[in-house]
Design a protein. Structure first.
Length: 125
């Protein structure tokens, strides 16, 4: 009887560990300040232009005077402003999105888009 109880408890502990492992797979992002870059490639040269900064914290995003929400699911970051959503996909040290033929990247402040030369800056007022 004691052996059977021990086996049952061990099995329950193992199931709980598996469930916790699966729940942790939901994806995450290192909260803080991110720099948004416009990315382009011409004649084999990859260029990134700084477009502004975003603050990501506790499911909320602030960009200049705008605010919205964000959520992460696996390798997808979804940012929503005024009901409009934009999905970014994890790519190395950046989150990339394409909209209207333009590619954008979010990179944690202090880093630059890997493989791109940063050329100049656009201010966000």
């Amino acid at each position: 009887m004691k052996k059977r109880l021990l086996v049952l408890i061990t099995a329950l502990v193992m199931v709980c560990a598996c469930v916790l492992g699966l729940v942790a797979c939901g994806g995450s992002i290192d909260e803080g300040t991110y720099v948004m870059y416009g990315l382009s490639e011409s004649d084999g040269q990859k260029v990134a232009v700084k477009a502004g900064e975003l603050e990501l914290k506790d499911g909320k995003v602030t960009y200049g005077k705008q605010s919205g929400t964000y959520k992460v699911s696996g390798d997808t970051l979804t940012i929503t402003y005024n009901g409009d959503s934009q999905e970014f996909t994890k790519d190395g040290n950046m989150w990339k999105a394409t909209q209207n033929g333009m590619t954008f990247a979010l990179v944690k402040k202090g880093s630059t888009p890997k493989g791109y030369a940063v050329v100049n800056e656009i201010t966000n007022n």
